[in-house]
Ligand binder design. Sequence first.
Ligand code: WT7
Length: 696
Amino acid sequence: MIPDKVPKEDVFHGSLDLKKEAHISSFEKYKDLYLKSIESPDEFWGGIAKDFFWKTKHTGQFLDYNFDVTKGEVFVKCMEGASTNICYNLLDYNIRERNLGNNVAFYWEGNEPGDDLSVTYRELLHRVCQFANVLKSQGVKKGDRVSIYMPMVVELVVAMLACTRIGAVHSIVFAGFSAESLCERIMDSKCSLLLTADGFYRGDKLIQLKLLADEALQKCKDMGFPVKKCIMLKHLSKEAEDAALGCQSPPAKRSCPDLQEKQWVKKSRPVPQVPWNPEVDLCWHTLLCDASDECEPEWCESEHPLFILYTSGSTGKPKGVLHTLSGYMLYTATTFKMVFDYQPDDVYWCTADIGWITGHSYITYGPLANGATSVLFEGLPTYPDVSRMWEIVDKYHVTKFYTAPTAIRLLMKYGSEPVQKYKRESLKVLGTVGEPINPEAWLWYYNVVGEKKCPIVDTFWQTETGGHVLTPLPAATPLKPGSATFPFFGVVPAVLNESGEELEGPCEGYLVFKQPWPGVMRTVYGNHQRFETTYFKKFPGYYVTGDGCRRDKDGYYWITGRIDDMLNVSGHLLSTAEVESALVEHEAVAEAAVVGRPHPVKGESLYCFVTLAEGVTYNHTLEAQLKKQVREKIGAIATPDYIQNAPGLPKTRSGKIMRRVLRKIACNERDLGDISTLADSSVVEQLFQNRCCSAV
Ligand code: WT7
């Protein structure tokens, strides 16, 4: 399965000598350990589990599972009988056993250059305990769900860990999502409490988060699901604005000794409007000042739910992916350590937002489990200018850097000069995640950013997989630009054809996994049947990723992209059905079909075909309204790039929309392949004639 020999030519390594200190220093070592991880998982993972604290030890097998729907319910159980607390492992245990109390956990870098602070492991523990007590004081108990809608601030990490300390389940909603998306997620996971902030800046743009949170809570209430409390962090507003905020925090109490005030760079910028409803709203700082900084962790069994994170589903309704305690902890810790070859003097920076799985696994859990020092960045790669990333790399001497292909392609447009303004001497390993990286972007990242010194780890994984599943190891794997290379320890991939047969040697087909690894999702929250249908039904016995994949003659895996009705826009998955339903909710739209069209920076852009209701005429005002509608329903990432008036859509005789044909029309490709099943072929010509030529 793993080749004996890997090619020596036409592969990349990076010129730095990482082998001396590396955890996995050669391909042979990777291969040996990989085989051990598959043949004796108990021994392999058992060895890793020794580095963690367990209140009670596990009994029986390390992993117990059924992946075959035809044999009964699909399940995965890891380390039954064991109990632990992830927050205790990440903070208390690292402070006590590894003496990391004074080490920096996060260098927080705000949107505005110069607005920064750092927090040590000990400070983080104090804040987490305080906030855990706040949660308790609001009645949050083990197993309760807490919704978090916050910007990239240290308090977001505090909130996550405070939940886990008391065994509550966090459900983070990316702060770029709309009020409607937030409401849908709050209701689906039945959260009793919402944590949010007044607002934040992304570049020059003010996001009024509290207004959106209020709107979401109003919608929840209207739909019969009132959320009892909303705790708001004052991120942008300062003391002087307290009165205006209606937030009754006596100024004296604001200066808790443990609460470092952010060095808010004074700019004459508007502060967010914060309406205040005393029956629901609570002030984060006020509550914190009354809370003790000691809080006993709640010991939870291995399969206790850790968090829910929503990801797009092909039916349009997002799925609440549920991850559980022990397996996720071990898996994110191990992948972080091996894939970035984490060393104690590293400064690591992942540019993702914590609102996505990348941030959960590789900003919060994986790095903290290893006692790492990370950069936590609130801003954008292009603000105040396109050198910002490299300025930050130099400022903190970042050694391991992890970003998305879309960011690389965006910066590539500006050439090498903005990169070369900064030294980047500290860099050792570069990583990418989110979508296939085109070789051109890979080579630019390698040559210009890494100056041929740094290996690139192209990590393939999903919200569902919890952590990396196909990935190079930086000192062991010869790299091919655009390939996620080989499986991580414990992961057994296969490539299937349409009839579900496993293909051997070089091939192309469906990427599936044959057995679980500790970090794989356990269910779709509240809908186990959907979990089974989505991932296990098509090919019984396998976890189906939904991605296509090619394996080359050297055994390298190349992800070819989604093979379901999903789109990947800037590394974020969107379902076409979700966008379509937002469009048809507009009274002028009778029917909508959305396809992806390749985009040089975003990977894919949204190309929407709309059939209007009788008597409605298409014009720019309507087009603008439709875009606004989708943005408001889902969020800015789903804003359509193109909308085309489509008096008719290409359908089969049975009435199914032929998206394959629409994709060709969107790209102006006349070679349509077999269209014999098309009911009315004149529709196609009409659509070609009315194509949108440029983004509107
Ligand atoms: C989908 C999962 C994993 C965190 C971010 C996205 C695509 C992800 C790669 C990669 C090719 C990739 C896949 C996958 N994808 N990483 N390195 N190479 N494709 O998480 O939103 O759950 O999306 O992103 O299509 O299925 P997600």
